[in-house]
Design a protein around this ligand. Structure first.
Ligand code: PLP
Length: 431
């Protein structure tokens, strides 16, 4: 039988992009070393899944459709199993939870429920970047792979901007805006993770947030705000989101229920209230129109699970979040303490790490190149996995850094994982 052989050069350039390759490598390495302790995935702690009861949430959501939205029981059932509106089903419940929990006021019709935050990022980029224009996307360096991958698939050029402890370096971003203008380009949008960025761990201060909003107005760009780790903040230490501070319609706010509910539901959302043209349409309308040609609608079953989960928590996520936030902060503290005990030598050590107060990630500097070959040695000989930070940098830097995630494993595993990591660094690098 003659099988057609395709040439890579005839496929879209993104299939050869290192970002897409790294993602599958990382997914693969966990299955190649199933017994290794993994500081690699930014996935939520699976111990939380034991309490989930999808059937109960679905029933709860069905009751809501009947009691609150006044559908008949038969119609409510059909809504779960049929195709649904591209904009989503649980928009009202999500907006109410955001109003109570995050101080974000958004209208359900300006919100689109997406297949995770990833689809929201993808669709927002597609809508905002016209074909063949001179528009570029600014992102922090290092940056979350999901936005880089989406931009590559969409042929959107990226400008990396330095990340400091306060998040994106607003002065460098301003310089990038000017440089882009001088090249005949313009920064159309800037992607930022406001709280405890993945992978850098940075958190924007209140002043930093305001400065970014001011620059967006001055330099005329939109902000894609993504904050999946904001919920891990300690009580009383919360900062307003960019969306909550935005008075000029510069922010497109993207969220996910992957970490606070469960990622398998594949439910996220985008709030895009910006008016488009004079006909009363909003950016959310355009995003929903594109979505109807990509995933058609977000699975009603996933939405019912998340909707019911939110309703069960009184329509707000505060309590559910609090328990999880406390867990993740304990894990983060455990990781940092273990690093201090096993690898800290009072500032003299050739390894060092940052100390974020929330989120899932610690960034460690080591004195050798942390590439995939070194990761293989770490996994095969020492049974510990981590992520090379160079995968997240867009300018070839960060090659002597690793990312350690505390989210996927429990504190006992974190403790033995750090012991293994210390043994690996001491033996292989001669610390
Ligand atoms: C910064 C950031 N944004 C978005 C996502 C993706 O979220 P979702 O699973 O909802 O697509 C992740 C997941 O790890 C993330 O770290």
């Amino acid at each position: 039988v003659f099988m057609v052989r395709l040439s890579r050069s005839e496929l879209h350039s993104s299939v050869d992009d290192p970002v897409l390759g790294s993602m599958s490598f990382l997914n693969g390495i966990m299955s190649r070393y199933p017994d290794a302790i993994s500081f690699a995935p930014g996935a939520p702690y699976s111990g939380f899944f034991a309490d989930l009861d999808v059937q109960r949430y679905t029933d709860r959501y069905l009751d809501y459709l009947v009691d609150v939205e006044q559908h008949t029981a038969a119609k409510a059932r059909r809504m779960l199993y049929e195709y649904g509106p591209s904009r989503g089903l649980i928009n009202g419940i999500v907006c109410e939870a955001l109003r109570r929990g995050d101080g974000i006021t958004a209208s359900p019709s300006a919100t689109v429920i997406t297949a995770g935050a990833q689809e929201a990022l993808f669709l927002a980029l597609r809508v905002l970047f016209p074909t063949g224009g001179q528009n570029v996307l600014a992102v922090t360096n290092p940056c979350y792979m999901g936005i880089v991958g989406a931009a590559r698939i969409l042929d959107i050029p990226i400008v990396p901007v330095a990340e400091v402890a306060d998040g994106i370096d607003v002065d460098s971003l301003e310089a990038s805006c000017i440089a882009a203008r001088d090249r005949g380009q313009r920064i159309r949008a800037c992607y930022v993770a406001t709280d405890f960025a993945n992978p850098g761990g940075s958190r924007m201060s209140r002043t930093g947030r305001q400065r970014l909003l001011d620059l967006a107005a001055r330099a005329d760009f939109l902000i894609l705000e993504d904050s999946p780790y904001g919920f891990t903040v300690a009580e009383g230490d919360e900062l307003p989101s960019l969306k909550a501070l935005d008075t000029a319609g510069r922010v497109i706010h993207i969220g996910t229920f992957a970490k606070v509910c469960f990622p398998g539901a594949r439910v996220g959302y985008v709030i895009a209230e910006q008016p488009v043209g004079d006909g009363g349409r909003t950016l959310a309308d355009e995003i929903a129109a594109l979505k109807s040609m990509v995933t058609v609608n977000t699975s009603p079953l996933g939405q019912a699970a998340v909707g019911g989960f939110l309703l069960e928590h009184g329509g707000a996520l505060a309590d559910a979040n609090r328990r999880k936030a406390d867990h993740y902060r304990r894990s983060l503290t455990c990781l940092i303490d273990a690093l201090d005990r096993h690898l800290g030598t009072g500032g003299q050590s050739p390894v060092s790490w940052n100390r974020p107060v929330g989120g899932f990630f610690v960034r460690m500097q080591i004195p050798v190149v942390a590439d995939l070959a070194l990761l293989d040695i770490s996994a095969a000989k020492y049974g510990v996995l981590w992520t090379p930070m160079s995968l997240f940098y867009l300018d070839g830097s960060g090659d002597c850094q690793i990312r350690l995630s505390c989210s996927y494993i429990d504190t006992t595993q974190i403790e033995s994982g750090v012991e293994r990591l210390a043994a690996f660094l001491k033996k292989e690098i001669g610390l």
